[in-house]
Design a binder for this molecule. Structure first.
Ligand SMILES: Cc1cc2nc3c(=O)[nH]c(=O)nc-3n(C[C@H](O)[C@H](O)[C@H](O)COP(=O)(O)OP(=O)(O)OC[C@H]3O[C@@H](n4cnc5c(N)ncnc54)[C@H](O)[C@@H]3O)c2cc1C
Length: 499
């Protein structure tokens, strides 16, 4: 808060809104839809750092950028998806653009506004929120009753690149997918992609045709689901002229039914699922391919996100020889490329570090509650969306194993129900508070590492809020239980204190 206080004289008053939505990505636009349909009397605005909407789908520009989950569930439950299941960033932005027009949301978004500080006063029951107007250079002050945090879960400005010895010696270009130079010329160049996740699996086939050769270097193998990018149920319903709204709902249910089965099997019969996934890879790669080395992960399926490969494109590139996969570790960078622990060397003109991102807690905004700085690691989460000791604030943190948006919708419905309840009883403040019998409850990590453990989560878990060992203080990352629990949540169970 120091900056804000120091600059107080130069701050421009940007007005009061009942609700400030931070971020105009998928979750922020979802929040706007629910504000308009469930709480039409309330004023709200969306504050967005970028100069356009879409969040992840606006900021990522690397070749081939696409969803890795299907758009019937990654799309909103209230806006039918009419395309193929896996969509490009461009198609997702078009879908969101239609939403902005159809729902008249555009007028609520303020672009190039970066929120930096927020301070709650229990006396006024207001947040005072400071932001930088990146276009004018002004410092802005908003006041609001509620902060709906839709700023995502990772630092947008810079991706995660490990420090390797000798990186400064490398004479080629190092590129991170999160900050892709749009004029990067990789035609007829040797490209090395470091990584094995969804991003690596996207850029490798997308660049393969234009490069001289592309190599994917992975420390360890990952599971993939290779399958045609089509949904037969959707195609059949569309052929029968079934309305888009019905098709969307039916296909969502089918996709969720199938995913629930995969999730169940990942816990109950992991070995069966493992051999099916490896078998699918074999079908695309052929019997001669060294699947044991390159596509046989050591972890249980679903302990890390399983990326979908539309039409098995990565595997096709590998089989056709346009791309190569190497499973090894980097000893150090050299002038020409990288030296591996095995002693082999890979030369490259361009190295793409598809090594992930940096998780960030609530957009790196400095939060203060009644003059005391908030350390979210000291808080316990209410249903993975609110935090003990932090009033009038909700964070949309979606699913990893299912589509993010499924949870954005569930949270939005619950938040709006809470707003309407507060209005009914004339409350201006709601704060998750442990009941006396819960004070000694164990404090567990935000997400159980045995359940889900990708690197970006493990690197930052200590900064994240904690969960308890019982409802409503748990965050299961389980859509199939939350889809019933959220709508049935008792907002009067004594864990939410209204004043
Ligand atoms: C490359 C990639 C592919 C992905 N694919 C999938 C997928 O297929 N399926 C899936 O379920 N999930 C996927 N995810 C996860 C994905 O991020 C979410 O699904 C979803 O896009 C998140 O939407 P969001 O609106 O919550 O956050 P974001 O998309 O992160 O948007 C947040 C917005 O908030 C703004 N913002 C942040 N901080 C501030 C601030 N302090 N002040 C003002 N504005 C701020 C940002 O500029 C951004 O526009 C993917 C992630 C990445 C990186």
């Amino acid at each position: 808060m120091n900056v804000a206080v120091k600059d107080a004289a130069m701050v421009v008053d940007a007005g009061y809104f009942d609700v400030l939505v931070i971020g105009a990505g998928i979750s922020g636009i979802d929040a706007a839809h629910y504000m308009q349909t469930e709480c039409p009397e309330k004023s709200f605005t969306l504050l967005e750092t970028q100069d356009s909407f879409g969040g992840t789908w606006n900021t990522h520009k690397y070749p081939g950028i696409r969803s890795d989950s299907d758009l019937f569930t990654f799309g909103y439950k209230w806006k039918p998806w009419v395309g193929a299941p896996i969509a490009t960033a461009e198609e997702i932005l078009k879908y969101l653009d239609e939403v902005l027009d159809e729902e008249d949301i555009r007028r609520h978004i303020q672009y190039q506004i970066k929120v930096t500080d927020a301070s709650w006063s229990s006396e006024t029951k207001l947040w005072t929120v400071y932001a930088d107007n990146l276009a004018s250079g002004e410092r802005l002050r908003f006041t609001t009753n509620f902060m709906w945090m839709c700023q995502g879960y990772y630092r947008h400005a810079k991706g995660y690149t490990p420090e390797w010895e000798g990186m400064d010696d490398y004479e080629g270009e190092i590129v991170h997918p999160q900050t892709w130079p749009e004029d990067l010329d990789y035609k007829d160049k040797h490209v090395l992609v470091i990584g094995s996740g969804a991003t690596a699996a996207t850029v490798v086939p997308a660049m393969a045709a234009d490069c001289k050769h592309i190599t994917m270097l992975q420390r360890s193998p990952t599971f993939f689901i290779p399958a045609p990018n089509r949904n037969e149920t959707a195609e059949m319903l569309r052929e029968l002229d079934v309305p888009d709204e019905w098709t969307h709902e039916i296909v969502r249910r089918k996709v969720l039914f199938d995913q629930q089965e995969i999730t169940r099997r990942s816990f109950e019969e992991p070995e069966g699922l493992r051999s099916e996934l490896i078998g699918a890879a074999k079908e695309y790669l052929g019997e001669d391919f060294d699947i044991a080395t390159h596509f046989t992960p050591s972890y249980r399926p679903w302990q890390q996100r399983i990326a979908f490969l539309p039409d098995g494109d990565l595997f096709q590139g590998l089989r056709q020889g346009q791309a190569t996969v190497v499973t090894d570790q980097i000893e150090r960078f050299t002038k020409k490329g990288v030296l591996l622990k095995s002693g082999d060397e890979i030369s490259a003109d361009i190295i793409v570090t598809a090594t992930g991102f940096n998780l960030c807690v609530l957009g790196d905004i400095n939060f203060v509650v009644d003059d005391k700085e908030v350390d979210f690691a000291d808080t316990v989460t209410y249903r993975g969306m609110m935090f003990t000791g932090v009033p009038n604030l909700a964070w949309v943190f979606g699913y990893f194993r299912a589509s993010w948006t499924l949870r954005a919708d569930l949270i939005a419905e619950l938040v709006c129900r809470m707003f309407n309840k507060m209005d009914e009883q004339g409350a201006q403040m709601v704060m998750p508070t442990l009941r006396p019998e819960e004070h000694n409850m164990p404090r567990l990590p935000w997400i159980d590492p045995d359940n889900f453990n990708p690197g970006y989560l493990m690197r930052s878990l200590h900064e994240m809020p904690k969960q308890g060992d019982r409802e409503p203080w748990i965050f299961t990352q389980d859509y199939w239980s939350e889809k019933d629990e959220f709508p049935a949540a008792d907002l009067d169970d004594g864990t939410l204190i209204y004043t």
